[in-house]
Design a binder for this molecule. Structure first.
Ligand code: OFO
Length: 171
């Protein structure tokens, strides 16, 4: 059985994950409307990942006999002034989520909730990976600067992100 404290914190994390998902979906729409389809695709896959993160926590609460209580998500921005600005915002988002996962982990350790701690182990590693990948793209976009050719090359590269990545993580 899950404690009320942990259940409340996990429910908040579900909202955080859906907020990230919604933000990335907005970024996908933004890039689609500018025909930067590789960028749009990358954020669509990222949207799916975040949705799956939320569902992973959702399932954990249910499996432990807790109560899922969904909150509203916030309205995301509709546009970003450049690809670098969008990816920098994504990096900021990932750092914020990493911090909330760390806080959750401290709570689970404090309450000796080992099942939640094991669930969160996965999220801690996932955040390391997400921050690494996002920060790498920010750096590359900064190197590309105002080069249109560089931007199209990035767009092509981001199109290669596998849509299956997110699904595989749910297994
Ligand atoms: Fe859910 O990992 Fe990104 O935010």
């Amino acid at each position: 059985m899950i404690s009320d404290n942990i259940s409340k914190a996990l429910n908040e994390q579900i909202t955080n994950e859906f907020n990230s998902a919604y933000r990335y979906l907005a970024m996908s729409a933004h890039f689609s409307s500018r025909n930067l389809n590789g960028f749009a695709h990358w954020f669509r896959v990222q949207y799916n990942e975040e949705r799956n993160h939320a569902l992973r926590i959702f399932d954990h609460i249910i499996d432990r006999g807790g109560e899922v209580s969904l909150s509203p998500v916030s309205e995301p921005p509709r546009s970003w002034e450049s690809p670098t600005a969008a990816f920098s915002a994504a990096l900021e988002e990932e750092r914020r989520i990493a911090k909330s996962i760390d806080e959750l982990m401290e709570l689970a350790i404090g309450e000796k909730d080992h099942a939640t701690r094991i669930l969160l182990d996965w999220f801690v590693s996932e955040q390391v990976e997400e921050e690494r990948v996002t920060s790498e793209i920010v750096d590359q976009l900064q190197m590309v600067g105002d080069s249109t050719i560089g931007l199209f090359m990035m767009d092509e590269r981001l199109m290669n992100r596998s849509p299956e990545e997110a699904d595989a993580e749910q297994e």
